[in-house]
Design a protein around this ligand. Sequence first.
Ligand code: SF4
Length: 375
Amino acid sequence: MRDSAENIRYIIKEKIKPKRQIKDFSFEEMKEYFESKGEANYRVNQLFDEIYSNRALSFFEMTTLPKGLRQTLSEEFSLHSLKIDSKRISQDGSIKYLFELNDSNLIEAVYMPWINEEGEMERSTLCISSMAGCPAGCAFCATGMLGFKRNLTPSEIIEQIMLVEADLNLKINNVVIMGMGEPLLNYANVVKSLQLMTGEKSKIIGRRKITLSTAGIATKIKLLANIDSPPKLAISLHATTNATRQKIIPISKSFDISSLMDAIEFYYRQTKMPITYEYIVFDGFNDTPEDAERLRKIALRVPSRVNFIPYNDISFTNPQGISKELKPATSEKIAEFANALRSAGVAVIVRDTYGRDIEAACGQLALSKDNKVGE
Ligand code: SF4
């Protein structure tokens, strides 16, 4: 067994010489690789146990595998695709993590503890990223304002969970794919990460504990409905007419509300899981009684709930056009809007913001380091 200094040297060496990421491989793919090397199938079980149950930090720690195999794996694969660059802790207990990828790109994830009235931890939620940056350009989103760097690989997606669990020494029991990026524009990698998260041999979290949030890529929603372990679906709705929605979510020009509703109904029929609609109430933009009525009709089409999420200021991104005009509605106005829906039979939750003091609004993340925010 190597000591920790040797492990650190080994991790540094891995960074210099890029290799394939072992966590990009499914159990079946790794079985094929082992077969090609003449290794017995049960060794794949051992490898997956070492990675996902024992959370080994290097191949040399994987003492259930023979030394020669550990050496081969270490020469051909990398075990780490990102590392914690820094973290910021909010007064409310949430933590924003900044991760550095192996190519030096940066991404963020936000940990949110949910404490019940008795002061006990009810849920530990992690909001993770699916891209470095985002090409979707939603007018209310800091990530969207900052442009697109690249898609994340499956290992980069799942390692956010594994690293936070190791850092906080706890189990994340709720994952929302709602950080940086539009997950359904990185469809193949996100689906593979879902398979790894929920796979029998790599189980990180149950599928009913995962929510994927999308700006509404209708074609991909239909595909997602048919995968083995579909997650819960959340839709960044934020407007109830095509004209209004297109002003703030450019991608909705390709997927209007009617095609989106088709896809959502299909998703519900296939998965039987209620849908969540996210709605930021903007002052004078999407907060009229007519908006409430249209939102009621949308929400009652399949079992669902509406989350009113708070708007966090993105003025540090130097917003232009409509982004500059968007202002959050007052809490009184949001309460009035929420009550109108509730009295019409819609399940509504008005969300508190988590981590406002650390710019950690899920779905509106920005790279603190790049932009010197809150440094
Ligand atoms: S809200 Fe989501 S999809 Fe839209 S720009 Fe931000 S990260 Fe991308």
